[in-house]
Design a protein around this ligand. Structure first.
Ligand SMILES: *Cc1c(COP(=O)(O)O)cnc(C)c1O
Length: 376
């Protein structure tokens, strides 16, 4: 059996939606992006939405919209996909990493205050693997210290913190629709906000610096081409229709995994916090915790990846921490800087996980994993 790490969940409706766009003259900046934005904002519960070409572009625009620039600092997590920190570097500002909570793998609110300096402008938080950050203490600190908040909700569409959807807390929030996310548009992303001034700025920045009221070739500010095309937007509308079913199906897959893996010696299954009143699963990541030290667990994890691959099962480390990526090391970051993130990076193993994953596939992964844990 061959089982990939992730797989999009698409059917005839998506195909029809895209083909229908191809029969119109509007392939970009037409009616579909407006419809997708409206429906997406409604679903999450913000006033405004701006469709963009990918999540990274959305994060970059959010940094620009807050006027974050050289000399500014932004507090963020080292345990994330690299885009959440790179977007700060794009504007020559400084990412200030704060270590994560051992259980939720999200930024540890208890460590934020000590990282704040007079240069701190914002907190860019990431709802890692779909689990909401602990928003109550984070928003309290942001308010007290007058800091802006950007939510990187790229992995957490539909997740709720104490009954409130992620993406509704920050000044700006960003979602992404790469094919491994809960819903996909191929490439694509969405910026959400409740503030009209950020809406206007985001729309201008994605469209070469044009204002709504400026002419065809009048560019008021330095902008980008970060537009979402009509084909992608149509795909997004069709996917969003199914979001509740998708979240439910992924929940079921996670449950089936939990059932089979929870009693295996040396495997920690994902932790879901009590404040996570709704979980939208992005990936299913276990942690290897069998040896007396982390480096041995890492070696076991790496062997498991190789042996699982030989059996047709694609598994991956998730995430190698951002501060240990080669070009971040060149900036002076090193091993030992953020021990919890490094532990998570050393021992985390993402197993195949996708919306319509079948029981026999889950069983095949778990049986092989069990056998390997006994053997290795
Ligand atoms: C997917 C993702 C992004 C954005 O990715 P794109 O590929 O640019 O759409 C940003 N942050 C996190 C945490 C992600 O998982």
């Amino acid at each position: 059996m061959k089982i990939s790490l992730s797989s999009p969940y698409l059917d005839e409706e998506e195909i029809k939606a895209v083909v229908d766009v191809l029969k119109t003259p509007y392939l970009s900046m037409g009616p579909k992006i407006k419809e997708f934005e409206k429906k997406f904002a409604e679903y999450i519960g913000t006033k405004y939405a701006v469709g963009v070409s990918n999540g990274t572009a959305g994060l970059h625009i959010s940094i620009k919209a807050l006027n974050i620039k050289e000399g500014d600092e932004v507090i963020t997590t080292p345990f994330s996909f690299i885009a959440s920190s790179n977007c700060i570097l794009y504007e020559r500002a400084k990412p200030v990493f704060v270590d994560i909570d051992r259980k939720t793998l999200n930024i540890n609110p208890l460590l934020i205050s000590e990282a704040i300096t007079p240069k701190t402008k914002a907190i860019l938080l990431v709802h890692v693997f779909g689990q909401p950050c602990d928003m109550e203490p984070i928003m309290k600190i942001a308010k007290e210290k007058n800091l802006k908040v950007i939510e990187d909700a790229c992995e957490a569409i539909g997740s709720e913190y104490l009954g409130k959807k992620v993406g509704t807390f920050g000044d700006l929030s960003v979602f992404a629709f790469y094919p491994n996310k809960q819903i996909t548009t191929g490439e694509g992303g969405m910026i959400l906000t409740n503030e009209e001034k950020f809406l206007k700025l985001a729309k201008s920045l994605r469209n070469q610096g044009r204002d709504e009221d400026s002419g065809w070739l009048e560019h008021k500010i330095l902008g980008y081409n970060y537009r979402l095309d009509e084909l992608s937007a149509a795909l997004g509308i069709a996917q969003l229709e199914k979001i509740e079913r998708i979240i439910e199906m992924r929940n079921k897959v996670a449950e089936e995994y939990n059932k089979r893996l929870k009693d295996i010696e040396g495997i920690e299954i994902p932790y879901i916090d009590t404040k996570t009143t709704k979980m939208s699963w992005f990936v299913y990541v276990i942690h290897i915790n069998r040896m007396e030290n982390q480096k041995k667990d890492k070696r076991l994890r790496d062997k498991l990846i190789i042996e699982l691959a030989k059996r047709g099962i694609e598994a991956k480390p998730y995430f190698p921490p951002i501060h240990l990526q080669p070009f971040y090391r060149e900036m002076g970051f090193k091993e030992g800087d953020f021990p919890v993130a490094e532990w998570a990076g050393d021992t985390g193993l993402a197993l195949p996980f996708f919306t319509n994953m079948k029981i026999d596939q889950i069983e095949y992964v778990c049986d092989n994993l069990k056998a390997l844990m006994n053997k290795l």
